[in-house]
Design a protein around this ligand. Structure first.
Ligand SMILES: [Zn+2]
Ligand SMILES: [Zn+2]
Length: 186
């Protein structure tokens, strides 16, 4: 997933990569810890152009991931298709990273600027980061997933159980009983 700066022209070039999930350490770790499973390799197409020491990268990634639903816990497959645009700028070799104020570093990142050194840009970390950011915050097998019954654990999408889910055990139930006992004497 390396791009040689020298190769890139002002007219631009298109690169395509198709890599297995194992190529990306953080994604491979997520699979190893059963957080998710990938149903497809990570495919990336990038359009790259260079103006002097500035490289513009416009990329599309696509893959498919299997995740457990956060409500019913059933695994479902979802398509991830992050798009990104980044500007890579050559960092002068005499600048030591630690002496730079952190704010400058942060705002550069916010603006989509990435610094590189040397003659190549390696897109591996960028691709991995884009895939992770595209993961749904609340993974739902469907928008109206009914989830599991908090009492018996039945999957309410399949068939509703007989539990009374309107009354909850604990304090709330006790209060309700008190009220019922009191009402006849009122
Ligand atoms: Zn669900
Ligand atoms: Zn139930």
């Amino acid at each position: 997933m390396e791009i040689l700066i020298e190769q890139i022209t002002e007219e631009g070039l298109v690169f395509e990569f198709e890599k297995s999930v194992e190529t990306f350490p953080v994604l491979a770790e997520m699979v190893a810890s059963s957080e998710c499973n990938f149903a497809a390799p990570i495919r990336t197409i990038v359009r790259v152009l260079r103006i002097g020491d500035m490289v513009e990268i416009d990329g599309d990634i696509e893959t498919s991931v299997r995740l457990p639903c956060s409500r019913c816990l059933r695994p479902f497959e979802t398509y991830l298709k992050p798009h990104f645009t980044l500007t890579y700028m050559r960092r002068a070799t005499d600048i030591i990273e630690d002496t730079e104020p952190k704010e400058v570093e942060l705002s550069a990142e916010d603006m989509g600027i990435v610094y590189f050194q040397g003659e190549k840009i390696n897109l591996k970390d960028t691709i991995q980061e884009q895939v992770i950011m595209e993961f749904p915050l609340r993974a739902l097998c469907k928008q109206d997933c009914k989830g599991l019954c908090p009492r018996c654990g039945a999957d309410l999408n399949e068939d509703p159980c007989d539990c009374d889910r309107r009354s909850w055990p604990g304090k709330f139930a006790v209060l309700k009983n008190l009220k019922l006992e009191k009402s006849p004497s009122d």
